[in-house]
Design a protein around this ligand. Structure first.
Ligand code: KIV
Length: 265
């Protein structure tokens, strides 16, 4: 069984082969996802909402991220384990580094995801120079929900779109290994995906991204309230959670998901 690494994902991008990512916060979901062929398992700070029942991700602590990341990494042998730096864990370069090191050494993560663009360039470079793999999260930043004025699509004005594109290119130059784009118009995501050599994972960012991610509870229809328009319920046409994960992998790889209905203009 070949372990998935950032090099594997870069090669998949170069070959035009889509890959998949789903969130997991515990061993059972992580094992089911790895068995379904999910390449990247994200221990997201979305656990604040779907596990803790909070209205946002802001209450999630470093200790909670380490605990959930360890529960996932303990049972995975093939998938790349990505773990979120939670709110306020990345204020300085050194804090970003030491918290990332905890996710890796105590949690068993392989790559750390950090929300934010150009303001984080120095931290990304600091991490890259010290051998830590990083995924930069651009577009809608849930940890900045109060500053952004809600969970809104980003990059709709030419100025916003240009800023996100510039940030993506600058982050790649600073040493980021993967980009994650959340809730941006499909056309902008396509432009960014074509402009960088590193893989781009999208959520609500259209079909042109190199990979897709969804919160697993959302794609199983477990999340309370009306789902976001970019979410598809994969359990509806499946007989089990395992089959729903397999259907997701198949539909991302064959281009069936996301369709226009699950993307933004
Ligand atoms: O925390 C999370 O689950 C995420 C996804 C929404 C991409 O960051």
């Amino acid at each position: 069984m070949n372990k998935i690494t950032t090099t594997t994902l870069k090669k998949m991008k170069q070959a035009g082969e889509k890959f998949t990512c789903l969130t997991a916060y515990d061993a059972s979901f992580a094992m089911a996802q790895e068995n379904a062929g999910v390449e990247v398992i994200l221990v997201g700070d979305s656990l604040g909402m779907v596990v803790k029942g909070q209205a946002s991700t802001l209450s999630v602590t470093m200790d909670e991220m380490v605990y959930h990341t360890a529960n996932v990494s303990r049972v995975c042998y093939k998938s790349l384990i990505m773990s979120d730096l939670p709110f306020a864990a990345d204020v300085t370069k050194k804090q970003t580094y030491s918290n990332s090191a905890r996710l890796i050494s105590e949690g068993g993560a392989h790559i750390v995801k950090i929300e934010g663009g150009a303001t984080l360039l120095a931290s990304i470079e600091f991490m890259a120079n010290r051998g830590i793999a990083v995924c930069s999260h651009l577009g809608l930043l849930p940890q900045s929900v109060y500053k952004m004025g809600g969970y809104r699509i980003q990059g709709r004005t030419p100025e916003e779109a240009e800023q996100i594109l510039k940030d993506a290119i600058a982050l790649e130059q600073a040493g980021t290994d993967i980009l994650l784009l959340e809730c941006v118009p499909a056309e902008l995501a396509a432009q960014i995906t074509a402009s960088v050599q590193i893989p781009v994972i999208g959520i609500g960012a259209g079909a042109a991204c190199d990979a897709q991610v969804l919160v697993s509870y959302d794609m199983l229809g477990l999340t309370q309230g009306t789902p976001a328009s970019f979410v598809k319920n994969f359990l509806n046409d499946s007989n089990s959670i395992q089959d729903a994960f397999k259907a997701y992998v198949e539909q991302v790889k064959n281009g069936q998901f996301p369709s226009a209905e699950h993307s933004f203009n």
